[in-house]
Design a protein around this ligand. Structure first.
Ligand SMILES: *Cc1c(COP(=O)(O)O)cnc(C)c1O
Length: 422
């Protein structure tokens, strides 16, 4: 295919064609899930009689906001569970996860994470590491944290889980790889972890960090035994349209407990005006299966293209995946910088900007980030970031449309070619 709007080296275009030819079976699997999930979403909208009046939004206390209550019901149906709390008032995924953890855990309880070290921001919430600040972490509230690592092949360590789960209040599972080099967990594996954990401790509650996993498969963790699943609306389920927000779905009494934590005991979910946020939340959810499929295709394509040039992709281009994150081991700082400059050139917003490595709080090396998004920080939009340290890997995710994110991947290769490092 010729490329009249951007200069792309013919060698890269030829590699792209070979890459896509190799991906046909993977793409048709993605499209099968996309179709299934789109109809699931459509049915939930219809069954709950979504109408234009639901998009109006409320002000003040927001009592009896029909749009808000209906969106909760639509989410609950899609996630196959009793209840949902979908709010723009969740400022980010970490906030929603924090409301879920504080909603369920009480002083003296134990939280057992069974998927290794949790996502960076959650480590602070739990109270891992040193801090002189009085932040009110789980640890400050007398909640004990224990962890079972994944095995070297990313499989759950069932034996240790069954032993450690005794006496734990919650078993915590992170579906996505986050920014580690482990595999993402398929929903079936999450189901098996929960089955074994509950066999060893029937009282334990299963809480899943579902970030980056929504609509990747046909089932969600709440359909295989999770008592709560939590995520961000500027990732998959917001479909690139929600301005902000998060969700908690699962067992009715637990979702209510989380609502008391989000607002106040006694008040809970009765309050929370929706302003003008409902329309993008509904519309984003409607688009989410399609956008998630675009992001997945982009991840496979980037893996396959860079494998053509001899780089290691994690996961590999033909490996199935349970989240939308793709890591590429590029191997040097020059390559990371050239790659990210190319991604930026392909962004719809801020394409003129040049990303530069800079220090980041929480990182022990400079980080370079490429993103040009309609919504600040929305990682369902195509973006890439890389800490400048061994193994010099870049993590990329998202893509609102496959053709645009595909162009970004091609420009990343082109930029490396122009810098003489492809
Ligand atoms: C994004 C993400 C979170 C939450 O991050 P926020 O930046 O606060 O939205 C938590 N866990 C995982 C695995 C994530 O990918």
């Amino acid at each position: 295919m010729s490329f009249p709007f951007f200069q792309i080296d013919p060698e890269i275009l030829a590699a792209a064609e070979r890459a896509e030819a190799s991906l046909r079976p993977a793409f048709s699997r993605i499209e099968e899930n996309e179709n299934y999930n789109q109809l699931k979403v459509l049915k939930a909208f219809g069954d709950n009689q979504v109408s234009e009046s639901h998009f109006c939004g409320s002000t003040g206390y927001g009592y009896n906001d029909r749009g808000r209550e209906t969106l909760d019901a639509v989410y609950a149906q899609i996630f196959g569970c009793e209840d949902a709390l979908v709010r723009h008032n969740f400022t980010c995924g970490t906030h929603a996860l924090t409301a879920a953890l504080f909603g369920v855990l009480r002083p003296g309880d134990t939280m057992l994470c069974v998927t290794g070290t949790p996502y960076d921001t959650l480590q602070t919430v739990i109270g891992l590491g040193e801090s002189n600040e009085n932040m009110g972490t789980l640890r400050d509230f007398g909640i004990t944290y224990r962890q079972v690592d994944l095995l070297p092949d990313s499989a759950p360590d069932y034996e240790s889980i069954r032993r450690e789960v005794k006496g734990a209040k919650i078993v915590y599972i992170q579906r996505s790889r986050g920014y580690a080099l482990r595999d993402s967990l398929p929903v079936a594996v999450i189901g098996e972890i929960i089955r074994q954990a509950k066999e060893a401790n029937p009282a334990v509650l299963a809480v899943v960090d579902n970030c980056y996993g929504e609509f990747v498969e046909q089932q969600e963790p709440t359909q295989v035994g999770a008592d709560l699943a939590v995520g961000s609306l500027i990732k998959n389920p917001g479909g690139g349209q929600a301005f902000t927000g998060g969700y908690i779905v699962g067992r009715g009494d637990l979702v209510n407990a989380c609502a008391y934590r989000l607002t106040a005991p006694g008040v809970g979910r009765e309050v929370g005006c929706t302003l003008n946020q409902l329309r993008p939340m509904y519309m984003g959810l409607f688009h989410a299966p399609c956008v998630t499929a675009a992001a997945l295709k982009t991840a496979h394509f980037a893996a396959a293209l860079f494998e053509q040039f001899g780089y290691a992709a994690k996961p590999g281009s033909l490996e199935p995946r349970a989240d939308i994150i793709q890591a590429l081991e590029l191997g040097s700082p020059e390559k990371l910088i050239a790659f990210c400059k190319g991604i930026q050139r392909g962004a719809p917003v801020d394409a003129f900007a040049t990303p530069e490595p800079s220090p980041m709080p929480g990182y022990d090396s400079p980080v370079i980030m490429a993103a040009g998004a309609f919504t600040l920080g929305a990682s369902i939009e195509f973006s890439a970031d890389a800490p400048l340290r061994e193994p010099y890997a870049v993590w990329m995710q998202g893509g609102l449309t496959y053709p645009s994110a595909r162009a970004g991947v091609l420009l990343a290769a082109q930029s490396m070619k122009e810098a003489g490092v492809l």
